[in-house]
Design a protein around this ligand. Structure first.
Ligand SMILES: [Zn+2]
Length: 182
């Protein structure tokens, strides 16, 4: 059963149903498996993932599947590359001279590093191959090109505050709006 909160604004009661919809702050636990059933990512042993619904802060296929759910619900969804981490882009594989990396850095297949684009956004690279002369790196998301099986448990749903919507991210310490009990 959905929980409905009532707030009083300007002498009127406004109802907020705690179902997942645009502008809801949603806390989830998730497990992502690849086609072989191997766990490739999970919130287990970590803090839940908390995001603002409706802004593509999580992969589109999962976000759409969560629409309308409430705390306590769980879903299993298959996510295609188009609705997940995208297709693998061959142009994201680059060959760089070894000399651009610090000499003391240990580079081997599977090493990961981050670089920052000119707009400040981080790009994560993984090393496909390293030789004394060149390093082949891949900027594709490690899960790009894969159909994934995602299990999500919804822990909590609440309306985002005005501040959170203005900033575009969740504030851990944001005071929750409280019903007017007068
Ligand atoms: Zn903020």
């Amino acid at each position: 059963m959905a929980i409905t909160l009532q707030f009083r604004d300007d002498g009127r009661w406004r109802e907020v149903e705690l179902r997942i919809a645009k502008d809801a702050v949603v806390a989830i636990e998730y497990t992502i498996r690849d086609q072989e059933g191997e766990v490739v990512d999970s919130s287990e042993g970590r803090s839940p993932l908390v995001y603002i619904h409706g802004y593509r802060q999580i992969v589109p296929g999962v976000e759409t599947a969560l629409d309308g759910l409430e705390a306590g619900h769980g879903i299993d969804v298959h996510v295609s590359p188009a609705e997940g981490y995208g297709d693998r882009d061959p142009d994201a594989i680059m060959i760089l001279p070894r000399s651009v990396f610090p000499e003391e850095e240990d580079l081997e297949t599977g090493s990961m590093f981050r670089a920052f684009r000119s707009d400040g956004k981080p790009v994560v690279f993984s090393v496909l191959e390293a030789t004394p002369e060149v390093v082949v790196v891949d900027a594709n998301h490690p899960l790009a090109g894969q159909t994934l099986h995602v299990n999500v448990e919804v822990l909590s749903v609440r309306p985002a505050t005005a501040n959170e919507l203005a900033h575009g991210h969740v504030h851990a310490e944001e005071p929750r709006p409280s019903p007017d009990v007068s």
